[in-house]
Design a protein around this ligand. Structure first.
Ligand code: ATP
Ligand code: MG
Length: 346
């Protein structure tokens, strides 16, 4: 039996961080051998709010591919796809935007929050940005994916994708599967500043490409109290473990659960300093990142290999993308070969 398909992706807007790992990549690593996977680097989507930064996007297309290989994704097993290499993504987006009521986007909570953030920065929202959840639906349905592993901020977009698949199928005949979402071990990793989401755009991320010193610096600056109501001035002050970002990271990244339990106990009693709790976290994070760093160094030495991986993966997706687009055109009767036109007149 043919393997089920996965399409998922990332925006080439900067280096990948720990949130990407626990929210998405960890699942991708597990699933890459069970499913036929298409991992998309969504450059069109990045243009939505970075149209003046083409060079950054181009650079980041490479960096995302390197990050993926550095965590252990296998570009022979799965296709790494550059969205802009396969313009069928844009064509399907256009058809879907005719089919989709604007209200379906207006009510999307992730889109609303992101638009608010852009507006707060006094930037204007492009039509392309407003439309990005819909373009994401086209990305997913183009290879007719069955499963989409993502962080939980993406769930409204997967729901939209299912609605569009249903509407297309109702209108033009059964063609698209309704894909299921699959959320990672940590649905949304918070930022080092305590904000709800670690994000490239919020400057609160620890990157997979950070060196050991940078990780140390970022962890030492981490907030330990999101509310700001429980200042802990010295090691003898009893501390609060619950919702403490440093302990949340320990729970996620420190495999020595016994040591973490001990730290929590001492923290609550006031017999351990913030510094020690943070330094233990630094050790755990660097132990996790060291093998990633080693693989990265090897891949970075071979840029032509990275380019080849992207080219081959994009070509692989393009074959099935064309099949889907041909069928969509057929079903929507957007076929204007002389044969098709005269057949309609007869
Ligand atoms: P941007 O701010 O440019 O949108 P981003 O950090 O949100 O960047 P995306 O490329 O939009 O990254 O997201 C890629 C994938 O990583 C998505 O599946 C998303 O849910 C997941 N993801 C991103 N940040 C986190 C996080 N902090 N915790 C869990 N998952 C995350
Ligand atoms: Mg995002």
């Amino acid at each position: 039996m043919a393997r089920q398909r996965i399409l998922t992706g990332m925006r080439p807007t900067g280096p990948l961080h720990l949130g990407h790992f626990v929210g998405a990549l960890e699942n991708w690593l597990r699933l890459q051998h069970e499913y036929e996977c298409y991992f998309l680097i969504a450059d069109y989507q990045a243009l939505g709010d970075h149209v003046d930064e083409i060079e950054r996007i181009r650079r980041s297309v490479f960096d995302v591919a390197i990050d993926w290989m550095a965590v252990g994704l296998d570009p022979y097993e799965s296709a790494f796809v550059v969205q802009g290499y396969v313009p069928e993504h844009a064509e399907l987006t256009m058809y879907f935007s005719m089919l989709t009521p604007k209200s379906w986007l207006d009510r999307n909570p992730t889109l609303k929050a992101e638009m608010q953030q852009i507006e707060d920065e006094h930037d204007t929202i492009s039509m392309g940005f407003f439309n990005y959840p819909l373009s994401q639906a086209a990305d997913i349905l183009l290879p007719r994916a069955d499963v989409v592993p993502v962080g939980d901020d993406q769930l409204p977009h997967i729901e939209l994708t299912r609605e569009i698949a249903r509407k297309f199928n109702r209108t033009y005949g059964e063609m698209f599967p309704e894909p299921k979402s699959l959320v990672g071990r940590v649905p949304r990793l918070l930022g080092t500043d305590g904000q709800a989401k670690m994000s490239k755009s919020l400057d609160n991320a620890i990157y997979l490409s950070d060196d050991a010193k940078t990780v140390q610096r970022k962890v030492r600056r981490m907030v330990t109290d999101i509310t700001g109501q429980h200042p802990r001035l010295q090691a003898t002050d009893p501390g609060i473990v619950e919702n403490n970002p440093v302990f949340l990271y320990h729970d996620v990244f420190n495999p020595d659960t016994e040591a973490v339990r001990d730290l929590k106990e001492r923290y609550t009693r006031g017999t351990v300093s913030d510094g020690e709790v943070k330094d233990t976290l630094v050790v755990a994070l660097n132990a996790f990142l060291d093998p990633v760093r080693e693989r990265r160094a090897q891949i970075e030495a071979r840029p032509e290999y990275v380019a080849e991986v992207l080219h081959a993966g994009s070509e692989r997706e393009r074959v099935i993308a064309r099949e889907t687009i041909d069928e969509v055109r057929e079903r929507m009767r957007i076929v204007y070969t002389p044969d098709a036109m005269t057949a309609r007149l007869r």
